[in-house]
Design a protein around this ligand. Structure first.
Ligand SMILES: Cc1cc2nc3c(=O)[nH]c(=O)nc-3n(C[C@H](O)[C@H](O)[C@H](O)COP(=O)(O)OP(=O)(O)OC[C@H]3O[C@@H](n4cnc5c(N)ncnc54)[C@H](O)[C@@H]3O)c2cc1C
Length: 274
């Protein structure tokens, strides 16, 4: 799409180059959303690809994902064998609508910054205890969880000039088994509910996205399906489920329950993460 209000395009190379950003500047990562609809409030595109951040950095502490890392790179990379949870990268990417068409360009950070309920990288990050690093416009750094980052449907804590720099996944979470289940109204449709379960030493951590306006992460103290479901249902207010053409709120709540049970039961099976 031609963005006819844009007067200039710049490509910053350093953090100092990002210092003068304002509300009429549009940060561009993969551009798959930015270029998909009119951006009448924008006058300048700031192309983050020039920052040249290393896409993926594996350390003893875990995995650092640059905000500009493409979803395809995240899926295609090879990870330490003991990182059972790395299988969830592909599963989450496949939960994106029309996933294969946008994987190459769409970035992990761009997906998270949109703050959509069906943001599959939000699902992945919230299930794996991600810590997000934000370069604030005033030059300071802010670290927060995915849940603190997404404040509502398509709303985040980002303010004009703020840049999401990276997503840090701790090694402890990456070593644990995960199971993802998605439900949509049609086979390749937009997700109506995405539930990811992660087996922790004390129970099952359940992440619910797509069904609710913001991500919910519930660290349960059980591995028994009915008890886990009770804790999930009591942690999510009924009015957090929303209605749109891709699903009605009551349906999303019911589906969340079905998927939670399925996830817990699969995690109980003694087999390697698929
Ligand atoms: C066919 C199709 C299907 C899609 N399906 C889905 C879907 O199922 N779920 C979903 O959530 N989205 C979906 N999208 C929307 C979008 O393509 C994805 O969310 C994608 O991951 C966005 O990443 P991007 O790198 O292209 O972001 P961009 O389009 O470059 O940016 C998206 C927004 O984030 C901001 N931004 C990007 N990077 C940063 C950063 N580092 N710091 C601060 N702000 C930043 C941009 O300014 C912009 O406002 C779909 C799009 C298409 C075309």
């Amino acid at each position: 799409m031609d963005l006819h209000t844009i007067d200039s395009v710049t490509m910053p190379r350093t953090r100092a180059d990002l210092a003068d950003l304002c509300a009429t500047d549009g940060l561009m990562a993969g551009g798959t959303w930015l270029m998909s609809e009119p951006q009448l409030h924008l006058r300048r595109i700031v192309d983050l690809s020039g920052m040249d951040w290393p896409e993926l950095t594996i350390t003893d502490a875990g995995l650092e994902i640059a905000a500009t890392c493409s979803i395809s790179s995240l899926v295609a990379a090879t990870y330490p064998a003991e990182w059972a949870a790395s299988s969830v990268f592909r599963q989450a990417a496949q939960a994106l609508l029309a996933s294969f068409k946008i994987w190459q360009s769409a970035t992990v950070g761009g997906n998270i910054c949109l703050g959509f309920p069906a943001g599959a990288m939000i699902s992945m990050a919230s299930a794996l205890d991600a810590e997000l690093l934000i370069w604030k416009a005033d030059g300071t750094d802010l670290r927060c969880s995915t849940n603190e980052f997404v404040t509502g449907m398509a709303h985040t804590i980002l303010r004009p000039g703020d840049v999401l720099r990276s997503i840090q996944l701790p090694a402890a979470a990456l070593r644990q088994r995960t199971v993802l289940r998605k439900m949509a109204m049609s086979p390749l449709g937009r997700s109506g509910a995405v539930v990811i379960g992660r087996a922790t030493p004390t129970g099952i951590l359940v992440s619910v996205t797509a069904a609710t306006d913001v991500p919910y992460v519930i660290a349960t103290d059980s591995t028994e399906p009915t008890k886990v479901l009770e804790q999930v249902y009591s942690a999510i207010p009924t009015d957090a489920y929303y209605s749109d053409p891709h699903g009605e709120a009551g349906w999303r709540r019911q589906v969340t329950g079905v998927l939670t049970r399925a996830v817990v039961m699969e995690l109980a099976e003694p087999r390697v993460n698929a």
